[in-house]
Write a protein that binds this ligand. Structure first.
Ligand code: UDP
Ligand code: MG
Length: 315
């Protein structure tokens, strides 16, 4: 298949149990759909029979493009590899390999894409995971939203249909700690949410370890926020101002009003708060420089042009 309209990208890590179900659903979808579709499967260094199964499939069915990573690189990097490999000319749909994201939503997503949306992202109406995980996700997305400098949509993961031009920009973003749902939002254009109910895993267990989940959350927060550093400067500044006021208050009390001021204590308190504040403030200032290095080192495109009109013509 040379120029499929759509690529469906799914990363797989030790998914031999879910594999037959996944392929069955994808085959049914491709057989029924009027669109030309390729499937890009990425083996993220699986230790079970996943790679073997993928190999057999790709050698017999040209609609499947299979990529094998040298070792386990983690979900976000596996997805990035898949997005790089995808050749879909119109759009790329990203799904999980465990069928928690129903691939059949392609029809609805594509419809919205055709209506002029560059990104159609899935929003989980209900999660079927355990209480602690659900609460964790819920809090995390709200925290991220409150401190991020872009409006990352709530309760949406990587499951989305993304237009070719957005994927091209994402592929050109060289940052190595990748938080794809944030990068996707950052690119811009017209983006729309689509509510769905997230299914349970069809078989096997979550392949995301607790550590990986934390790393993902960290990347989300630190790749898309500058608030924590600004907070240092503000806290430091507040402490310095408070110490100064306290100093003036004591001076006035003693020398203007002639009242008794205890020996030692005010001076000690002033020193602690003032120099503590100076420390925080100084860290915040260093942080501002680090932020600049941080943004520069991401090497993101400075801007993304949506369209142009020159000499009276759309370009
Ligand atoms: N996955 C991967 N590499 C990893 C961990 C997970 O490619 O290191 C894949 C996994 O096979 C699945 C998808 O990423 O297709 C989502 O992972 P999982 O279902 O474990 O995450 P959860 O749904 O529990 O958040
Ligand atoms: Mg899952």
């Amino acid at each position: 298949m040379d120029n499929p309209q759509i690529s469906i990208v799914a990363p797989l890590y030790n998914e031999s149990e879910t594999f037959p179900h996944l392929i069955q659903r994808l085959n049914a979808l491709m057989d029924a759909s009027p669109l030309s579709i390729e499937v890009v499967l990425i083996d993220d260094g699986s230790r079970d029979r996943t790679a073997e199964l993928m190999q057999a499939l790709a050698l017999s069915d040209p609609r499947y493009h299979c990529v094998f990573l040298s070792r386990n690189h983690g979900h976000q990097l596996a997805l990035s590899a898949g997005m790089n490999e995808a050749r879909g000319t119109e759009a790329i749909m990203v799904i999980d390999g465990d069928l928690q994201d129903p691939p059949e939503l392609l029809t609805d997503f594509y419809q919205l894409y055709k209506e002029g949306n560059d990104v159609v992202y899935a929003v989980r109406r209900k999660r079927k995971e355990g209480f602690i995980k659900r609460a964790g996700y819920h809090l995390f997305y709200r925290l991220l939203r409150s401190i991020s400098y872009i409006e990352i949509p709530l309760d949406s993961g990587d499951f989305a249909l993304v237009s070719r031009r957005v994927v091209d920009v994402m592929n050109k973003m060289p940052e190595e700690s990748r938080y794809l749902r944030g990068m996707r939002t950052w690119v811009g254009f017209k983006q729309i949410g689509f509510e769905y109910e997230r299914d349970e895993r069809i078989a096997g267990e979550s392949k995301y370890s607790f550590k990986q989940l934390f790393r993902l959350a960290y990347n989300g927060i630190f790749n898309f926020s500058e608030f924590p550093i600004k907070l240092l400067t503000r806290l430091g500044g507040t402490a310095i101002a408070f110490a100064m006021l306290y100093f003036i208050y004591n001076v006035i009390k003693k020398y203007v009003l002639g009242q008794e001021v205890p020996e030692g204590f005010p001076a000690t308190l002033f020193t602690i708060i003032f120099f503590g504040g100076m420390n925080l403030f100084g860290l915040g200032i260093i942080g501002e420089y680090v932020l600049r290095i941080f943004f520069q080192s991401k090497g993101r495109p400075l801007f993304i042009i949506k369209s142009k009109i020159r000499n009276g013509n759309w370009e």
